[in-house]
Design a protein around this ligand. Structure first.
Ligand code: CP
Length: 306
């Protein structure tokens, strides 16, 4: 593939190549010298039109570990605030001889749009409620590690919470299905999109049943900022029905893996004793994000004529 715009554009072989490359880079970044010289001749712009902590820092670190030159752009402190368009902004940055653009934007399809208008490799770092492909890649990589397997075929994964507003959910569904995993979503019906069944994903509205069924629960953040109208349930009701606490986990009779892409609403989706427990791999996900993003950038850069 020419760009990384979404998991829906990838095939199972693409995923395996990314995971294999990420495993190699995970070894590299655990050595005393954490850098490789591979991308000394490549320049990368990280364009963030929406807030980020993990994705932004992780891409920057991944690029620096590959020895690329890196420039960072946050829309809030830029001439976007003076009315400059996306295309003008990006073309101005590209005229500084940039090879790869990593972009987060609140508009669905912003990465696809950009890929049709500018001459650079595009990596989607999250487009609105649509896709967050590198999050799904690092999630699958982390699941394999936690379950000590090279394949998620037949593994049962439940995605819990605000699926409606989640780009992490859609990218995870595509990635997990490409690997032959079984996927269910669990949450209030108001936060489950109607199209979900057409993707071959099961819906479970009872949290206890969903957790009893799964090997891994990938728990989503309730995205208050994307809710245009007041959804049922309220935060208090949400926590009562779908919040995961230690008591629920201890009563399952088996040990499941708990994941969350961050940032966590502590006490809403997860209690702190769950988020910080030995069942949680939340910080492993963040660690793996650097290796997975190194793999994505490295593989795309191999296609650039140098
Ligand atoms: N998981 C994730 O995308 O986090 P950030 O919004 O902090 O980048």
């Amino acid at each position: 593939v020419e760009h990384l715009l979404g998991i829906k554009y990838l095939n199972p072989n693409d995923l395996e190549l990314i995971f294999e490359t990420a495993s190699h880079f995970k070894e590299v970044i655990n050595r005393p010298i954490k850098k490789v010289p591979s991308l000394r001749d490549i320049t990368i712009a990280n364009l963030f039109f929406e807030n980020s902590t993990r994705t932004k820092l992780s891409f920057e670190l991944a690029e620096k570990r590959l020895s690329a030159d890196v420039i960072n752009f946050s829309a809030g402190q830029s001439s976007v605030k003076k009315g400059e368009t996306l295309i003008d902004t990006v073309n101005n940055i590209l005229s500084m001889k940039v090879d790869i653009v990593v972009m987060r934007h609140s508009n669905v399809g912003a990465g696809v749009f950009l890929s049709k208008h500018v001459d650079a490799k595009i990596v989607n770092a999250g487009d609105g409620t649509h896709e967050h492909p590198t999050q799904a890649l690092l999630d699958s990589f982390s699941m394999r590690e936690a379950l000590n397997t090279n394949s998620l075929k037949g593994k049962k994964i439940v995605i819990v919470g605000d699926v409606l507003h989640s780009r992490v959910a859609l990218s995870n569904i595509f990635a997990l299905q490409l690997q032959g995993a079984e996927v269910k979503v669990c949450g209030p019906t108001t936060l489950i999109p109607r199209y979900i069944s057409s993707l071959g994903v099961g819906v479970e509205t009872n949290l206890k049943k969903a957790l009893e069924w799964c090997d891994v629960a990938n728990v989503l953040r309730v995205q208050h900022e994307r809710m245009a109208i007041k959804y049922f349930p309220s935060t208090r009701e949400y926590t009562q029905l779908f919040g995961i606490n230690k008591e629920i986990l201890d009563n399952l009779g088996k040990k499941i893996v708990i994941m969350h892409p961050g940032p966590i609403n502590r006490g809403v989706e997860l209690t702190s004793d769950v988020a910080d427990s030995d069942q949680s791999i939340i910080l492993n996900q963040v660690e793996n994000g650097v290796a997975v993003r190194m793999a994505v950038i490295y593989l795309l850069a191999q296609q650039i004529k140098r």
